[in-house]
Design a protein around this ligand. Structure first.
Ligand code: HEC
Length: 94
């Protein structure tokens, strides 16, 4: 029983780590990490600060995608809309 729970937690950890790493890689390959860091302020605010400010706001994810896709009030980014959606979800969940 106990070992079954340990295996369960280990699996849950793997499932959760998978997408998070993929998104971090996506942020890197999309050039976001030139100006952003998850934890620290660089040229732009840290993704954790952005998440803290926007978490729970209605439509935060769509607004983020729209802002980045338009490159309005933000540096132009080369990520496509589907990637931006993934990134917005990831940032807001940090
Ligand atoms: C050339 C530098 C640069 C790059 C590259 C960059 N950013 Fe930013 N980003 C900034 C700066 C500066 C700000 C703060 C000003 C602002 O809010 O637009 C910012 C703000 C943000 C915000 C907060 C917007 C808001 O409305 O509060 C998000 C989300 C964000 N960036 C995501 C990204 C993502 C995702 C990428 C990669 C696809 C990216 N950024 C690439 C410089 C950059």
């Amino acid at each position: 029983m106990k070992s079954a729970m340990v295996v369960g937690f280990a699996l849950a950890g793997l499932v959760m780590a998978g997408p998070a790493c993929a998104s971090a890689d996506l942020a890197k390959s999309s050039g976001c990490m030139k100006c952003h860091d998850v934890e620290k302020k660089k040229m732009g605010p840290s993704f954790k600060d952005i998440a803290a400010a926007q978490k729970g706001k209605a439509g935060a994810e769509d607004a983020m995608v729209a802002k980045l896709a338009a490159g309005k009030d933000h540096a132009p980014v080369k990520a496509g809309e589907a990637d931006l959606k993934t990134l917005a979800k990831w940032i807001l969940a940090l």
